[in-house]
Design a protein around this ligand. Structure first.
Ligand code: CTP
Length: 411
């Protein structure tokens, strides 16, 4: 990615275990040719030494709000003026709360208040703290003022718990900031691109039972569908997520429907599809299901055996056939002839958009953290480069929102 030389990034680091990841972030930002200055809260330097950031950024690290020496060199107002973009990473629940209420009792919060450039926050905290209504209120408030949140990611946390609250990966934060610095402000996605829009998403694999101990499934992790649910929420949508069995935490703020089989997913989707504006079929639904599920465990009596399979109902195609149908987005995972198959599915299933990705390659695909997408619609296409599923989901939601709003304005 081409990034203009010497754009100014002000990185504010708060006190959390994720502060160590910010060292990598500084390194990546510098590698892109950006001029990085670091400010730290008092508790941040309990976690990582300012010297580390001084060495990595090549600039003095700012620690105190009122420090005669620093004020002479570059005071907080000058620092705020200097920045083309401010990133708070990690942003703790405490700093987020202070920023949401306009408090300015340390260097980081004062800079936040003084800065007139775009502001990004990469939250990092325990999952219960993240899920607390007060934290979510603070985030909504800051988003309504134009602050852009990157992450948090879901997974194992330093405290031993599992859920949302891990700081986004430095590479993702770096990518977002670089995109911002290369793309003119007017082209930035609107935070409220889907305000009040109802979005229904399917995610994960399904399980088709052969007998009480065996089933047919696939390698889908559900990560893309869950990331899409979070991205749609961020864009202001009311989100319902129908999920097959996955190892992911239920996203906070969505209407969550747990299912197991393709038939259950079909029922759940059809019960809601007529009442939504956008339907995104990210699930890897089984195409076939055993024609008979045995009540007892099948014994290995024969040398050879076979299972008769019946085709499942195509949820995506059925939703697209509704009148009126929601804006309908499908996925296509292909090992070859990606564009041909994707365009074919777009046309045959009467979809508004289709997002296609390669499977069976070294990078990306089913249980990977990353992916890349080729997105097609009737008279257009876009390529979304290899990125984490969180970043990719936000880009795809923006693209869907643009096409959805275009279609709405035409009708
Ligand atoms: N899909 C669905 N219901 C099904 C099967 C698929 O909603 N019973 C949706 C998936 O969620 C995805 C898209 O359809 O959005 C995938 O299209 P499909 O033609 O089923 O792709 P494949 O299963 O890969 O089919 P093929 O093997 O023919 O390529």
């Amino acid at each position: 990615m081409d990034t203009p030389i010497k754009k100014h990034v002000l990185l504010a680091i708060c006190g959390g275990i994720a502060a160590y990841k910010s060292a990598e972030l500084v390194r990546l930002l510098r590698k892109k040719g950006l001029d990085v200055r670091v400010v730290m809260t008092v508790s941040a330097h309990e976690f990582v030494s300012p010297l580390t950031f001084q060495a990595l950024s090549g600039n003095p690290v700012h620690l105190q709000l009122l420090d005669a020496e620093e004020e002479n060199a570059m005071g907080h107002i000058n620092l705020a003026r200097w920045a083309d973009v401010v990133i708070i990473a990690p942003a703790t629940a405490n700093t987020i709360a202070k920023c949401a209420h306009g408090l300015a009792d340390d260097l980081v919060t004062t800079l936040f208040l003084a800065a007139t450039c775009p502001l990004y926050m990469a939250p990092a905290m325990n999952q219960s703290m993240w899920n607390k209504a007060i934290t979510q209120d603070n985030i909504s408030k800051l988003e309504s003022y134009g602050v852009v949140f990157i992450g948090p990611d879901s997974g194992h946390q330093a405290c031993g718990e599992v859920g949302y609250g891990r700081m986004a990966e430095p590479a993702d934060i770096c990518q977002r900031v670089c995109e911002h610095l290369t793309v003119p402000m007017m082209a930035q996605p609107k935070i409220s691109a889907l305000a009040g829009v109802k979005v229904l998403i399917t995610a994960g694999p399904t399980r088709e039972h052969i007998d009480p101990v065996r089933y047919i499934t696939n390698r889908s992790s559900g990560k893309m569908g869950y990331a899409l649910a979070c991205a749609a929420l961020k864009a202001g949508a009311e989100v319902s997520l129908i999920s097959g069995p996955v190892n992911l935490a239920e996203p906070v703020g969505v209407d969550f429907i747990q299912v197991e089989t393709a038939a259950q997913m079909y029922e759940a989707a059809m019960a809601r599809a007529a009442d939504v504006d956008i339907f995104i079929a990210a699930a890897a639904v089984a195409d076939y299901t055993p024609s008979l599920t045995e009540n007892v465990k099948i014994k290995k009596i024969c040398d050879q055996t076979s299972i008769l399979l019946n085709k499942t109902q195509d949820i995506l195609a059925a939703v697209a056939l509704l009148t009126p149908a929601p804006f309908t987005v499908g996925f296509a995972a292909e090992t070859h002839d990606l564009e041909t198959y994707a365009q074919d599915k777009l046309r045959k299933k009467k979809l508004d958009m289709i997002a296609a990705n390669w499977v069976g390659r070294a990078e990306g695909g089913f249980d990977s953290e990353q992916n890349a997408l080729e997105v097609f619609w009737q008279n257009g296409r876009t390529s979304l480069a290899m990125a984490s599923k969180t970043v990719l989901a936000e880009q795809l939601i923006n693209s869907i929102a643009t096409r959805f709003n275009e279609k709405k304005s035409r009708s």
